[in-house]
Design a protein around this ligand. Structure first.
Ligand SMILES: Nc1nc2c(c(=O)[nH]1)N(C=O)[C@@H](CNc1ccc(C(=O)N[C@@H](CCC(=O)O)C(=O)O)cc1)CN2
Ligand SMILES: Nc1nc2c(ncn2[C@@H]2O[C@H](COP(=O)(O)OP(=O)(O)OP(=O)(O)O)[C@@H](O)[C@H]2O)c(=O)[nH]1
Ligand SMILES: [K+]
Length: 461
């Protein structure tokens, strides 16, 4: 495929030591040569691929030196996009990097859309869609483990597995094809069903295994949305502060949503906790009123984890009991705080209300119990399995939705085969499964989907 030449700033906006303007496309080298002067006066076009060159950029309009740069020259096809790629390494000031971008745009490049470099890597066949999506996940990863999951997917582990499953389905489709073409041979039909059933059941099992990793994968990718709940003065803010102090917090701003959300992540033993709107919930003093507020209730309902804080030095109140009622169907851990003070709480009563949920006691002023709490959080969601660094996790909601659909269609096919439904009917479901799995890797994806996916990328990626 032949495209125009795109350019963008590929480093974060703001001041840095160095910034990179990247170009990709058939004119990338020619555009760079219009601007670039090396001490040797040699044109980049005459240089070997994958070399870097010191020199200056000159503004062709004025002939004046605009920047001191290092230019990386990477000629197609062994590049990130499989096209000619030029990277101009300039001084990291805002004015400097924008001046370089302006020069290359005046030189004939077009400003890239978000994700367009990665999109080209996809369209030019270097990576498939799930690998491209992993590139984005990599940027957004909040913990080492989330990063490993994304890297693993970017290297193509998921793609390879999906490819194997589709191959099995294809073989089964081919066998059914023979059957449909030669309906007069009963022995073909006798062979077809067992082959189809065996392969389909194996595919279904593999889909199930993948789906089993999805809740963990999703947590790694998106963080565990966590709400700290409890009556006034029990120590919610103190708990939040302890978690943030012990684990470096990452604050991200998600632009482009209806309102810009600020999220705070803390990395608890590899589990990214996304502390959701806790400020909002902490704002109102009257707890009953607080739960009554529609928004707070929604935040609560959408939480993956509730840290429910009680005061060790006070007897349970009706409010506390009401809160137990509110969270009863959710994943929560009871944090009984202020154990440095004399006990007034009835622990047996608490355990009765909490059922099989875990109780952890803390004294946040004395910094006690936080370790146990963190262990409880990690155990609750990962049950020790998360160490497996090279496991293939499905973490992307789009992939999960497609796997659920594929599970349904392959189950329909299996059921139909067992009920001796005519083969051409079964083939429709098997083929649909093959298509659905293909959408994960972008084999059967339409333009609208592609545009939507890549538009979520960062500029310059
Ligand atoms: N300066 C710079 N650093 C960067 C990137 C970049 O684009 N520029 N990357 C951007 O994300 C990442 C590196 N990712 C890359 C992935 C593939 C290829 C690439 O050229 N692949 C070719 C050739 C591989 C080979 O030489 O064997 C290929 O797969 O065909 C380059 C970078 C991180 N660091
Ligand atoms: N003795 C003792 N005091 C604590 C402990 N944890 C928190 N406190 C104190 O309890 C008070 C309330 O703590 P916060 O963390 O503000 O409680 P909160 O639940 O956020 O309070 P609201 O914002 O009013 O809902 C503060 O004076 C804390 O210093 C503890 O483990 N032991
Ligand atoms: K407070």
């Amino acid at each position: 495929m032949e495209f125009d030449t795109i350019a963008a700033i590929s480093t974060p906006s703001g001041e840095g030591a160095i910034a990179i303007v990247r170009l990709s496309g058939p004119e990338a080298v020619a555009i760079a040569d219009k601007l670039f002067r090396a001490p040797s006066n040699k044109a980049l076009a005459s240089q070997a691929t994958h070399t870097i060159h010191y020199g200056h950029l000159e503004d062709p309009a004025t002939g004046e030196i605009a920047e001191e740069v290092m230019v990386s020259l990477m000629k197609a096809p062994k590049t990130f996009t499989r096209e000619d790629v030029i990277e101009i390494n300039c001084h990291g000031g805002i004015v400097s990097v924008n001046r370089v971008l302006e020069l290359v745009l005046r030189g004939g490049a077009r400003l890239a859309e978000p994700g367009e470099f990665t999109k080209r890597a996809f369209l030019n066949g270097r990576i498939d869609l799930s690998q491209a999506e992993a590139v984005m996940d990599l940027i957004r990863a909040k913990t080492d483990r989330a990063m490993d999951v994304a890297l693993n997917q970017m290297e193509g582990k998921l793609s390879k597995l999906i490819g194997t499953l589709r191959q099995a389905l294809l073989e089964s489709i081919a066998q059914m094809e023979v059957n449909i073409d030669y309906p007069e041979y009963d022995d073909v039909e006798e062979m077809t069903r067992p082959i189809m059933l065996e392969k389909s059941k194996w595919v279904r099992l593999e889909i199930e295994k993948l789906l089993q990793t999805s809740s963990q994968g999703k947590i790694l990718r998106e963080g565990l949305s966590t709400v700290i709940l409890g009556r006034p003065n029990v120590g919610k803010s103190s708990l939040l502060n302890s978690l943030v102090q012990e684990n470096k917090a990452i604050v991200t701003e998600i632009a482009g949503t209806t309102r810009d959300i600020i999220e705070e992540y803390v990395n608890v033993r590899g589990v990214p906790l996304r502390l959701v709107d806790t400020a909002g919930i902490r704002e109102t003093e009257d707890i009953v009123e607080r739960i009554g507020v529609e928004r707070s209730r929604k935040v609560l309902k959408e939480a993956d984890l509730i840290l429910y804080v009680l005061n060790y030095a006070e007897a349970l109140t009706p409010e506390d009991e009401l809160l137990f009622e509110t969270v009863k169907d959710m994943d929560y851990i009871v944090v009984i705080n202020k154990t440095d003070l004399p006990q007034k709480i009835d622990l047996e009563q608490v355990q009765k209300l909490a059922g099989d949920k875990l109780l952890v006691t803390t004294s946040l002023v004395e910094e006690e119990g936080i370790d146990q709490l963190e262990e409880a959080i990690a155990a609750l969601f990962f049950k020790g399995e998360i160490e497996a660094g090279d496991m293939t996790y499905v973490s992307n909601v789009r992939h999960i939705a497609l796997l659920h659909q594929a599970h349904k269609t392959i189950s329909d096919a299996i059921e139909a085969a067992e009920m001796e439904v005519p083969v051409d009917m079964i083939q429709i479901d098997v083929t649909r499964t093959w298509e659905l799995l293909g959408e994960i890797i972008g084999d059967t994806a339409d333009d609208g989907l592609l545009n939507q996916l890549f538009s979520q990328f960062c500029l310059g990626k």
